[in-house]
Design a protein around this ligand. Structure first.
Ligand SMILES: C[S@@+](CC[C@H](N)C(=O)[O-])C[C@H]1O[C@@H](n2cnc3c(N)ncnc32)[C@H](O)[C@@H]1O
Length: 204
């Protein structure tokens, strides 16, 4: 990785994703969590302030060392234990059926082998365990979706592999989950990047 991807991008992402609108969606996404939570794409810990008190430990997976450093003050303020357990959501060194909850926000867009990551989430969850996710992705409006397809190669180059045109609900259902809740809407900003889906799914 070069200086841009390695050092600048995690700081840019930290700023871009710290908006109040997203904070509200993060809070909703984290609402049902408790106990130990595995977070795929932990990044700079922007979900940490939104974890309910009942969450006592986070198992964090993310390749970025810089994002990990940016997360440190948030972790200290919240006073939650965070163990960094891996760098790649598509290859988890975690025992099968050992986790109650998995959290993933704005990361299914980025993981190269996203289908494998969803399979890994399913493998490590206990039966009945939940997968909470919040992702920007493919718009239901065909015109917007066409622009998302056109801009995805550029987006991938500029934002560390991020795709504009993935559909998180399709991915989660194809991964064998039962969808318990979902809501989707445009947030503030250009339509190609602002169609957000929040979901809660369960491993059968
Ligand atoms: C757009 S950021 C989102 C960060 C954080 N989840 C949030 O909501 O603020 C995407 C994150 O995915 C991480 N990432 C990239 N490839 C990954 C992989 N294979 N497995 C897990 N995380 C990955 C990046 O390092 C980055 O922190």
């Amino acid at each position: 990785m070069g200086i841009y991807e390695d050092r600048l991008l995690p700081r840019m992402i930290d700023r871009l994703l710290a908006s109040d609108d997203l904070a509200e969606l993060r809070r909703e996404t984290c609402r049902s969590l408790d106990g130990t939570v595995l977070e795929i794409g932990f990044g700079s810990g922007l979900n940490v302030p939104h974890l309910p008190e009942a969450v006592t430990k986070v198992l964090a997976v993310d390749p970025s060392e810089v994002a990990r450093r940016l997360a440190a003050p948030r972790i200290d303020r919240r006073g939650v234990t965070v163990d960094f357990v891996g760098r790649d959501g598509s290859r988890l060194a975690i025992e099968s059926e050992s986790v109650d909850h998995v959290l993933c926000t704005m990361t299914l867009c980025t993981i190269p082998d996203v289908e494998a990551a969803v399979q890994e989430v399913r493998r490590v969850l206990k039966p009945g365990g939940t997968f909470s996710f919040l992702e920007h992705g493919r718009s239901p409006d065909p015109r917007v979706a066409r622009w998302q397809r056109r801009f995805t190669p550029l987006q991938r180059r500029l934002f560390g592999g991020c795709h504009l045109d993935r559909d998180s609900v399709d991915l989660v259902i194809a991964g064998g989950f039962r969808l318990l809740e979902t809501s989707a809407a445009y947030q503030r900003g250009p339509k190609i990047v602002s169609y957000f889906t929040r979901g809660l799914a369960q491993k059968p």
